[in-house]
Design a protein around this ligand. Structure first.
Ligand SMILES: Cc1cc2nc3c(=O)[nH]c(=O)nc-3n(C[C@H](O)[C@H](O)[C@H](O)COP(=O)(O)O)c2cc1C
Length: 144
């Protein structure tokens, strides 16, 4: 099995409400558990940033569905590579809602204006990994 990690950014068509995010998360979690996919989704009013990891076949299938999803556009691949181990192994899909993402972005990006389309893959991954750290010390809530 080839374990891969895929990261992309996209623009929201409209800001999703907390209820809509929970709906998205529930479907994603069910599918991701079935396909042994793990990952995290950072949402803001304007953007999505997501990292998913799993076997290459299932990740490629999922990315096809995600690209076609009407809830966003400009889906742009940031990184795709083989990994030896998962970074988000505890989460089928943890979702950070816009209400929580502001403080994460503020503290991680040092108050720069957030535009994921201008970030490189290392900075994107650093931001997503901060979700794990901050969730562990209970300073950030994720939808599970
Ligand atoms: C930003 C975003 C992230 C998504 N992430 C996932 C995901 O990790 N897993 C998943 O199965 N679906 C995800 N989806 C939903 C898919 O695009 C699609 O609607 C869903 O997989 C369809 O599920 P179904 O085939 O069970 O109906 C995401 C959608 C959006 C807009």
């Amino acid at each position: 099995m080839q374990l891969v990690q895929l990261m992309y950014v996209s623009k929201t068509k409209k800001t999703l409400s907390d209820d809509e995010l929970v709906d998205l998360q529930q479907v994603a979690q069910r599918n991701n558990e079935r396909d042994n996919i793990t990952g995290v989704l950072l949402t803001t009013t304007d953007y999505f940033m997501q990292c998913v990891e799993g076997d290459a076949y299932h990740i490629n299938q999922l990315y096809k569905k995600i690209i076609e999803d009407e809830r966003h556009h400009n889906v742009t691949l940031v990184d795709y590579h083989l990994i030896a181990r998962r970074y988000f192994s505890d989460w089928a899909l943890a979702v950070v809602a816009p209400s929580e993402s502001d403080k994460l972005i503020d503290s991680t990006l040092n108050h720069q204006i957030y535009n994921p389309f201008e970030m490189n893959s290392i900075d994107c991954l650093t931001l997503l990994l901060a979700i794990k750290t901050k969730n562990k010390d209970q300073s950030l809530r994720v939808i599970l």
